[in-house]
Design a protein. Structure first.
Length: 193
């Protein structure tokens, strides 16, 4: 019986030593992982809201850049429902299918004019066809540069069978597509969004 007791004590002692060693190893691994893991950057949002978690957004459309480099804007590329014509200060997009129409995305000096004043001065063509048209002009002015998006096309009332599911006072088919191009305007020197 004495022979069993020392044997039992040595197994108990061996398990205690192994348990203690395992605890030390686990503790060392946890401390090492805490030291290796970089600290999370803290943002104060706004004004510093950080970058997108994946990276910079992918642009699916080509970009037009003004000849003076003051701004750029996306436009639909070849093979879309638009035919693009380029000017030094912008791009004119003829919408071919559906109701047809024209979308212009351009910039010009604001010359101390306010956005409503620029929208009132929007040039209209002299073709006097008698058709009910809709004109939607959006203007933003910053640092003396006016960025302008203008869509013109036939009136088409939005309803359950046409347009978005939300009510719209635009009643213009081009308005359904206009927002993504307006939101793509960037001024020269602005940081990427």
């Amino acid at each position: 019986m004495c022979a069993v007791l020392p044997c039992h004590t040595s197994h108990h002692r061996l398990l205690t030593i192994l348990g203690g060693a395992l605890t030390v190893v686990i503790g060392a691994v946890l401390v090492a992982s805490l030291l290796v893991t970089p600290a999370k950057t803290r943002y104060v949002c706004p004004p510093d809201c950080g970058r997108p978690p994946i990276g910079t957004p992918v642009e699916s459309n080509p970009r037009f850049t003004a000849s003076n480099g003051e701004f750029s804007v996306e436009y639909p590329g070849p093979g879309t429902a638009y035919v693009a014509t380029f000017n030094p200060n912008g791009v004119v997009l003829k919408f071919i299918p559906g109701d047809t129409g024209t979308l212009e995305l351009f910039g010009e000096p604001a010359e101390d004019r306010t956005p409503p004043r620029i929208a009132d001065d929007y040039p209209q063509d002299s073709a006097g066809s008698y058709i009910r048209l809709r004109l939607l002009v959006m203007v933003a002015v910053k640092n003396g540069l006016a960025l302008i998006a203008a869509a013109v096309g036939p009136y088409h009332q939005f309803g359950p069978d046409f347009g978005s599911v939300r009510p719209s006072g635009a009643n213009l088919q081009l308005a359904l597509d206009m927002g993504k191009y307006v939101n793509s305007f960037t001024r020269g020197g602005d940081p990427p969004r």
